[in-house]
Design a protein around this ligand. Structure first.
Ligand code: CU
Length: 236
């Protein structure tokens, strides 16, 4: 019974595959811009251990620490980063009457959900002003109270000024390389190169995801595998 409803959900989603796959999204991107000359791209993708985050930024100054977070509100059309509000914190970890100290070893209880910098370190640039970070975060999600969708990413300067921001949007098929490829890639730059692979390669990536899901990955991955299969069937 459960399988049938899953299959129906997958069919319904596959029908609307190109238009809106947000109900079972497992990949998202954010394109950050700002007036300070800093730009950044972030890829989020669901893995069995959490959400993989890959960020590359340019236009930074080396020797400066740049905090960055997921903020509650989307960036408006005018690009005003201040309008993104505060950090994403659905569990209300940062209450006014206690000092906030994010312990990366206990993120669910001590860290604002959006406080990526406190869990994974501030961004720092090389001599050419580039930064690249890649990690799997155990508390971010693609659905439910802890979803990252419909929110935004903001990079701050050392003075906390908001230097660049962009919305987290569901990735179209092929925008983000598969989790399997990501874990094998030796650097974020390699991974971003893999983003621009051919259509036939993308189908291989989908096959990898399905294999993973049958190997006992989360139900989200399983649903995405079914959707991918059905979508592939539609494409043929
Ligand atoms: Cu912030």
């Amino acid at each position: 019974m459960k399988f049938i409803s899953l299959a129906i959900a997958a069919l319904a989603t596959a029908t609307a595959y190109a238009a809106d796959s947000s109900s079972v999204a497992t990949k998202a991107t954010a394109d950050l811009k700002g007036k300070a000359g800093i730009s950044a791209q972030v890829e989020f993708s669901q893995t069995a251990k959490g959400v993989s985050v890959k960020l590359t930024a340019t236009g930074l100054k080396s020797g400066v620490l740049y905090p960055y977070h997921i903020h509650v509100s989307p960036v408006p059309a005018d690009g005003n980063c201040t309008a993104t509000g505060g950090h994403l914190d659905p569990a209300k970890i940062k209450v006014a009457d206690k000092p906030y100290k994010c312990d990366a070893k206990d993120p669910a209880k001590t860290c604002e959900l959006g406080d990526l910098a406190s869990r994974h370190g501030n961004l720092t640039a090389d001599a050419s002003g580039k930064a690249a970070v890649s990690y799997v975060d155990s508390v971010l999600a693609f659905s439910g109270a802890d979803t990252i969708l419909e929110h935004s990413v903001v990079i701050h300067g050392a003075d906390n000024a908001r230097l660049a921001c962009g919305n987290i949007v569901v990735a179209k098929a092929g925008d983000v390389s598969s989790a399997a490829e990501e874990s094998e890639a030796s650097s974020a730059y390699l991974a971003s190169g893999a983003m621009h692979q051919s259509a036939s390669k993308e189908h291989n990536s989908v096959a990898n995801d399905v294999e993973k899901s049958t190997g006992g990955a989360s139900s989200v991955a399983a649903i995405s595998g079914i959707v991918a299969l059905v979508a592939a069937a539609f494409a043929i």
